[in-house]
Design a binder for this molecule. Structure first.
Ligand SMILES: Cc1cc2nc3c(=O)[nH]c(=O)nc-3n(C[C@H](O)[C@H](O)[C@H](O)COP(=O)(O)OP(=O)(O)OC[C@H]3O[C@@H](n4cnc5c(N)ncnc54)[C@H](O)[C@@H]3O)c2cc1C
Length: 287
């Protein structure tokens, strides 16, 4: 099923994410986590993409299991900056052969030591144009309510986002954020700039404070005072931190739905227990 219908549907949309293993030894545990999350019957599930080696094959394999074994619509991520056009075509052929209809088209992070002249892709819009020409996929892209860390200004970031959408991106998924006002402000700015595709809000339930501090440093995501207090108080008590992190994420999601954001994507990081708890917290809201 094409995701645009699901995201724009009458019901609030809740999706979860899994990431493929880096080694074949870890495949079984990722597959088990994928199946457990799929059993919750979310609106869809996304499968991230690590360029190169066997990891890219795992994205197709896991997305195919979701589609063909577990009956959940997959969104397969695909990044381009470390790939050749031929490799991207092969990945698109593989996805198509498994009946996968949705791709989140990404640039990916620039490979260390590579010069711009050596690359076949520089920005996600080039990949989006290629997927559109290939045909048959509903294409999503990434957006950054607090701006992409490489962007000179947030105005430029939105200008480039418009170009990405004009290239064929049908919906956007946001980088995680911990203050909903940042998203509401971003929505206003992109609509002003003429970007009218649906936006799926990306929410990260924080269960590991060390990891989140590192991610926020790299991505430039702000940690509001209210959230810092929670991490300071419960960060070294794993069970308490998990409960508080899930409660914080749940509260964010309820506020988003209440303010007209129809689709929320949970960065569930291969954790079925976290996905299940969030879904349970929203049971009546999702009906
Ligand atoms: C929802 C989400 C999912 C993700 N999933 C993955 C994943 O599975 N695998 C993975 O490797 N990474 C993933 N990422 C990370 C992503 O690959 C990085 O953030 C990457 O640095 C940027 O990718 P992009 O597609 O947003 O790039 P782009 O849209 O190309 O933007 C990258 C930068 O270039 C600028 N820019 C864009 N177009 C132009 C232009 N025409 N001229 C000049 N500047 C321009 C932008 O303002 C921005 O600063 C994900 C990110 C998000 C938000």
């Amino acid at each position: 099923m094409k995701l645009l219908k699901v995201i724009q549907g009458q019901h609030p949309c809740l999706s979860f994410e899994v990431f493929p293993p880096k080694t074949s030894a870890a495949f079984d545990s990722v597959q088990a986590a994928t199946e457990a999350i799929a059993r919750l019957n979310p609106s869809y599930m996304s499968v991230t993409y690590g360029a190169g080696g066997g990891t890219s094959d795992y994205t197709v394999r896991i997305a195919s299991d979701l589609q063909n074994r577990f009956g959940v619509t997959p969104l397969a991520h695909l990044s381009c900056v470390s790939s050749s056009k031929v490799q991207v075509m092969q990945q698109l052929e593989s996805l198509r052969s498994q009946g996968i209809e949705n791709v989140l088209a990404l640039r990916g992070d620039l490979p260390a030591g590579m010069k711009a002249d050596d690359l076949e892709y520089h920005y996600a819009y080039e990949l989006i144009e290629q997927i559109r020409a290939f045909g048959g996929f509903c294409i999503g892209g990434a957006c950054y309510p607090e701006s992409h860390p490489e962007s000179e200004t947030c105005v430029k970031d939105v200008e480039y986002l418009k170009r990405k959408v004009d290239s064929g991106c049908e919906f956007l998924t946001t980088q995680m954020f911990f203050d909903n006002n940042i998203l509401y402000n971003f929505m206003y700015r992109i609509r002003e700039a003429g970007i009218f595709v649906p936006v799926v809000a990306g929410i990260m339930p924080v269960t590991n404070p060390k990891q989140i501090r590192r991610i926020c440093q790299i991505s430039g995501t702000a940690l509001p005072q209210r959230f810092r207090r929670i991490v300071d108080r419960y960060g070294d008590k794993p069970d308490a931190m998990k409960q508080a992190g899930i409660a914080y994420a749940t509260e964010q999601i309820i506020d988003l739905y209440a303010n007209g954001i129809n689709a929320v994507h949970v960065y569930s990081m291969n954790k079925p227990d976290v996905a299940e708890k969030i879904q349970e917290n929203l049971r009546s809201i999702l009906m």
